[in-house]
Each structure stands twice: as C-alpha cells, then as structure tokens.
Ligand binder design. Structure first.
Ligand code: GLU
Length: 425
C-alpha cells in the first residue's frame, strides 16, 4: 500500500468512487476516462503586497471538472493545506452534486494555499483581486461561477464580483454566488448548506425510524455549515449533545445551549470549548475527533475532509452519519460503516443545499428578481426532497448504499449528457 498524504488520498478517493460508479453502470467506450479527467486546471501564482510594503507570493488553482451540463460551479477554498489534487477532488464532488440535484451546472473548485487568519483585510482583498484577475478568461456566468467554501465568505465574493465586473466594464452579479444581499446575493444562502444537511438527516432518519425530534446529534465543525446545521436541527426538536471545532470537543448529554455558544463566540471566545456550554472531552485539533465517539444517534461531520478514518469509524455509536463537509469519511471508514450497518448520507447529496441555493441565487440574478427568504428556503428544501426521493428509490431498487447509489445517479446523468452531445470534433 503506497503512503499517502491526506490530500493525495482525497483525489484517489474521489476517482475511486467515480470509477466504481462507472463500472456499476458498465460505461462504454472509455467514457469514464472523459468524465474523470478535469476539463482544465489552471495554476496561478499570486504576487501581492503585504501591509509592511514587502512583496509576497501565494499559489492557487481553479479546476473546471465537468462543463457538459452547464457552467463550471464551485467554491473557492482558503486553507494552508490546500493542494492541486485536493482541489481536483473537490471539483469532482461538485460535478456529482450538481448532477444529483439536477441543476443545469457543471463542477468546479478553486483554492489558495494559505491561512486567511494570518492576513489583514487589505491583504485578503489584494490576494483575491489578483487571483481573479489571473482567472478572468475562465470566469463568467456562462463559464465558471465561484462561491464561498472553507475560509471564504460573502465579502470575498463581493471582491470577486467587483474585480470581474471592472474587467468587463459593467456589473455582472451572476458571475459569483454567496455574495452579499446588497449586491444581488440570495436570502437564505448562508444557512442553505446546513439547512439542506438537516433535511437530509430528517429524510434518511425517517427511513430507519429516527425522527429528528428528541434525536441526539453530534456535530464536528461550528462554521458556516455546522453552526447552521446545529441551530436548524435544534429548531426541529433535536438535541445537540456534542460540538467540536479546531479548539476541541464539548459534550452535554442534556443538549448544548446554542444561544450561549453563539453569544460567547460573538463576545470573542475563539472556540466552542471556551464557551462553557459543555464538558471538555478533547482539546485541540486531535481532541476535535472525540465528538465522534459520544453517545449520539446522528453524527454530522461538518468540518474538513478525511475527518473519520477506519480507526475512528470503529468508535462511532450513532446509526446515521450525514456528511455536511466534503469528503469527511475515507473509503476505508466507509467500509467499516457498511460492515457495522451504520447508514451514511454522502456529501454529494447531504451538503448540496449550498450549491442548490447558489443556483437559485443565479436564477434571481438572471431574472432581476429577489425572492423572500421563505421562498428560497422552501425551494432548497423541495429540491433536497425530490433528489432524496430519487436517491432512496434507486438505492432500494439497486440494493446499493446511499454513497454508491448517489455516485451512480450523478455519473449516469453526466454520462447521458456526454452521449447526447457527442464527441467533438
Ligand atoms: N462550496 C460549496 C460546496 O462545496 C458551495 C459551492 C457553490 O455554491 O457553488 O458545495
């Protein structure tokens, strides 16, 4: 067995899952190779001025994985550990997500390898502006539409919009999603990924007699996805018994007081472990995995990839895992779950609420409309429900776990569109 860094492993896992789906479908004529290979990968050097006056450099990527069904679509990630291979893996995930959700979009991802917490606001603005200016020929509402991902937010998207708009000479709101409401962003976008993940938990839970009400949920990650998942699951009657972030894990069997957590974080607490909302059960990044071994019915990994390996997988007591993050389970961990009869709702469906809302944001941009928040939320939920119906029915019919069933459905949609369009020239 070759030695892998986690990031190389991410690409291997993504390709393995696509190949597995292709084999199941018996795709003809090397079509799976066309589908696996990204259409294009751009690596850019990003020179920028530090506040101190010195010149510095970062490296970034933008990957258009599949563009057969629509413009490339996917977030921009800031993380010191980002690699080219990880960005490719995440772009593959986006192609599958948009296909499973039946959105007329392809799959893309971007990444810049650095820690945004170490930069000032001015430095952050200069970095993204230079990145976007290197990418201009690849971007546009009909070409490639970025969005937030780990480490980026609505303000970063506003700079993307401005840099692109300045280069074409007029405002183009549809070039980016997850932007501020004032610039054509959609109400409901911030909570959409968490909302979709909670809906996925409710739908999959209902199939195994596990309603959200009074269900104990443990969540890793208290950022954009995990925090909203926690709040929305709580609002539907679930009990959040454990939470984790980079500072570690906390536990409270009676349910963590999320109002207190949010209040303390607003007041300056750096982590959920500093909020006093639960007992400390693990400290630091290593301790953030303790959240997986508590007594809970549902586990929601909502932080980074490869969070659950085969060792952690053996300690999980829950009946259901809902992947709010991208790629939180390694393929080996997946096998352990299958052997133990623990149901996994895969990322390519479970966290697709975000890109679904991005699609709704673009619909509003193109039609010069803005829907109220309830309307957006209802549309996200209704699209999550119809995709689950397809996914569940197919997984029962084909006797496949949700992960493989979702990959097969996604790859089939992509393969069908390749076949219909034909191979040019
Ligand atoms: N970054 C999010 C994801 O991984 C959203 C992408 C988008 O809205 O384009 O699904």
């Amino acid at each position: 067995m070759p030695q892998h860094t986690p990031k190389e492993f991410a690409l291997e896992s993504a390709e393995f899952r696509v190949r597995q789906a292709g084999e199941w479908l018996g795709l003809e004529d090397g079509l799976i190779e066309t589908i696996i290979a990204p259409r294009r990968i751009l690596e850019v050097s990003i020179p920028f001025r530090r506040d101190s006056g010195t010149r510095d450099h970062l490296v970034g990527w933008r990957v258009h994985h599949n563009t057969t069904r629509g413009p490339a679509k996917g977030g921009i990630r800031y993380h010191p550990g980002v690699t080219r291979d990880e960005v490719v893996a995440l772009a593959i995930g986006m192609s599958l997500k948009t296909a499973i959700m039946n959105l007329p979009l392809g799959g893309a991802k971007g990444g810049i390898a650095f820690d945004p917490k170490t930069m000032s606001t001015g430095e952050l603005e200069r970095i993204i502006r230079r990145y976007v200016s290197e990418l201009i020929p690849f971007l546009g509402p009909d070409r490639d539409v970025p969005a937030p991902d780990v480490g980026t937010n609505a303000q970063v998207m506003a700079w993307v919009l401005d840099q692109y708009s300045a280069s074409v000479g007029h405002i183009v709101p549809g070039v980016v999603t997850g932007k501020p409401i004032e610039l054509g962003g959609s109400l409901g976008r911030e909570s959409a990924t968490g909302r979709g993940a909670v809906e996925a938990a409710a739908l999959a839970g209902a199939q195994i007699g596990l309603p959200l009400k009074d269900t104990r949920i443990s969540i890793q990650g208290y950022g954009q996805v995990g925090a909203w998942a926690a709040r929305l699951a709580h609002a539907r009657g679930a009990k959040i018994v454990a939470l984790a972030d980079v500072g570690g894990s906390i536990h409270n069997a009676n349910g963590i007081d999320l109002v207190l957590v949010d209040h303390k974080l607003r007041e300056g607490a750096k982590s959920v472990v500093e909020t006093g909302a639960g007992d400390l059960i693990g400290k630091g990044l290593d301790g953030a995995t303790q959240v997986f071994s508590v007594d809970a019915d549902i586990i929601m990994p909502c932080a980074l990839g490869d969070a659950i390996d085969e060792h952690i997988a053996t300690q999980i007591k829950a009946r259901l895992i809902v992947e709010g993050a991208n790629g939180p389970l390694t393929p080996k961990a997946d096998e352990v779950m299958q052997d133990r009869g623990i149901i996994v709702v895969p990322d390519i469906y479970a966290n697709a609420g975000g890109v679904t809302c991005s699609y709704l944001e673009q619909c509003q941009n193109f039609a010069h409309l803005s829907w109220d928040e309830d309307e957006v939320n209802e549309r996200v939920i209704s699209l999550m429900q119809s995709s689950f119906k397809r996914l569940h029915a197919f997984s029962v019919e084909a006797k496949l776990p949700y992960r493989l069933a979702a990959s097969v459905l996604g790859i089939k949609t992509i393969a069908d569109s390749h076949r219909l369009r034909g191979l040019h020239p």
